[in-house]
Design a protein around this ligand. Structure first.
Ligand code: URP
Ligand code: ZN
Ligand code: ZN
Length: 463
């Protein structure tokens, strides 16, 4: 089957040109102006539309056990919602249970995705325990295409690992070319602050934010980068939320270190007051790191513009308000940490970034697709519209008006943290490996069509 997309404007990270795209099977065959209409079995008219490389969300948690429950989107509902929003690839997190081999976790997460994923997916491995075989396991994961590992400096007794473990893991990636993704918050300090708050009877959702200060994030970012520097390895800070943490990344990059960081729409668009909503609704905004004072927001946008931050992902980790968030009604530490967003990333960053003049269109593409593909070993198969790349293409209507709401979204969660947000610009048609999977608000793909992506380790070639 061949498809010709005509009369659109092709936007890559480094170019924007009026051009047609010819798709042969699952791949892009040609990108140029004036491809004749009879060159393909099917023609799609893209007049007035932008043609973007499919979005890549490098940070999601589908079907993830956490906080005594499981995130409410599985690989079917989560990837379908992602597709509606123009995301055609995601990288989710498998979790090594303490005392077990990473291979077990990989098998478990493959089973979760098998028969369900509607778009292509890769996996990071969350390392909780290096034990005797951990370093060997990391090399084994790289051979399976798990080219990145997440380590936690927070959540003591659950996911947190000590500095020695972090340093050993970083040192291993200096050799095997993988990338450490760091959840950077000082878990020890936070734990003491949490215990103090509870002892004082402070149990409401707002105390989730008040016990996790930005300094605890900045300190951990500094320590993570320092350990990576000693190990001679790159490091990627996940879900960076504050100016203080951003300054640490910027200073490291100014010194030429391979330090990278992502932020997420919630940290760019929402602030800490949300956690004070009445009737326990603040719990909807309990995720980690927490929302910050609004002074941080323009600094993060500035960081995206000037490449101090390289990626926008979602940290999509939904829990329903009615029967999951409510677990923490009398104790904020029992509120499952996480929020939904996989469907709205492109809409929000396009509207608040491109439409409001904070980002160029090219930078937008770079942040939501090209750089995640490069950093996480998927480029040029993903992240670019060019001959030979997978035909993952979003036909983006820059004039489409859309109101975000839980009433109409496709995520399996009973609220939206962006309820009522109006955006201009939305995905009209979404193509994944040559197949139209979303068109005009209809899902046309099939669960199970998404493929596991074996991602390449960079082997030290960091720029
Ligand atoms: O609150 C969050 N972010 N939940 C997901 C787990 C994590 O730390 O990324
Ligand atoms: Zn995290
Ligand atoms: Zn996360």
């Amino acid at each position: 089957m061949s498809t010709l997309i005509r009369n659109g404007t092709v936007v890559n990270a480094d170019s924007m040109v009026p051009a047609d795209i010819l798709i042969e099977g699952e791949k892009i065959k040609d990108v140029r102006q004036g491809i004749p209409a009879n060159a393909a079995d099917r023609v799609i008219d893209a007049s007035g539309l932008l043609l973007l490389p499919g979005g890549i969300d490098a940070h999601t948690h589908l079907d993830m056990p956490f906080g005594g429950t499981t995130s409410s989107d599985d690989f079917e509902t989560g990837t379908r919602a992602a597709a509606f929003g123009g995301t055609t690839t995601l990288v989710d997190f498998a979790i090594q249970a303490r005392g077990t081999r990473m291979r077990d976790a990989l098998d478990t997460w493959w089973k979760k995705a098998d028969g369900r994923a509607c778009i292509d997916y890769g996996l990071h491995m969350i390392v909780t325990d290096l034990g005797n075989a951990g370093l060997e396991d990391m090399d084994g994961m790289v051979r399976e295409g798990v080219a990145s590992f997440k380590l936690f400096m927070a959540y003591p007794n659950v996911l947190m690992v000590d500095d020695a473990t972090i340093f050993r893991a970083l040192s291993q990636t200096a050799k095997n070319g993988a990338l450490i993704c760091m959840h950077a918050e000082n878990g020890g300090v936070i734990d003491v602050m949490v215990q103090r708050a509870l002892a004082e009877g402070k149990t409401a959702p707002i105390y989730h934010a008040l016990t996790r200060p930005t300094t605890a994030e900045a300190e951990a970012v500094h320590r993570a980068i320092a350990m990576a520097e000693v190990a001679g390895a790159p490091v990627y800070i996940v879900h960076l939320s504050s100016e203080a943490a951003l300054n640490e990344v910027r200073e490291a990059r100014d010194r030429g270190l391979p330090a990278f960081a992502e932020t997420c729409p919630q940290y760019l668009l929402l602030s800490v007051e949300e956690l004070e909503r009445p009737n326990f609704e603040g719990a909807k905004y309990v995720f980690t790191p927490p929302l910050r004072d609004k002074e941080n927001l323009p600094k993060l946008w500035d960081g995206l513009k000037h490449d101090h931050l390289q990626v926008v992902s979602t940290d999509h980790c939904p829990f329903c308000f009615a029967d999951q968030k409510v677990l923490g009604k009398d104790d904020f530490t029992k509120i499952p940490n996480g929020g939904p967003g996989i469907e709205n990333r492109l809409q929000l960053i396009y509207h608040h970034g491109v439409n409001q003049g904070k980002l160029t269109l090219n930078r937008f593409v770079e942040l939501v697709s090209t750089t995640p593909a490069r950093i996480f070993g998927m480029y040029p198969r993903k992240g670019v519209l060019a001959p030979g790349s997978d035909a993952d293409i979003v036909l983006w209507d820059p004039q489409a008006d859309y109101i975000i709401s839980a009433k109409t979204h496709h995520m399996r969660v009973d609220y939206s943290i962006f309820e009522g947000f109006r955006v201009k610009g939305n995905a009209r048609t979404v193509i994944s490996r040559g197949e139209v999977i979303v068109d005009g608000g209809q899902f046309l793909g099939k669960p199970g069509r998404g493929q596991y992506l074996k991602r390449a380790a960079r082997g030290g070639a960091w720029t």
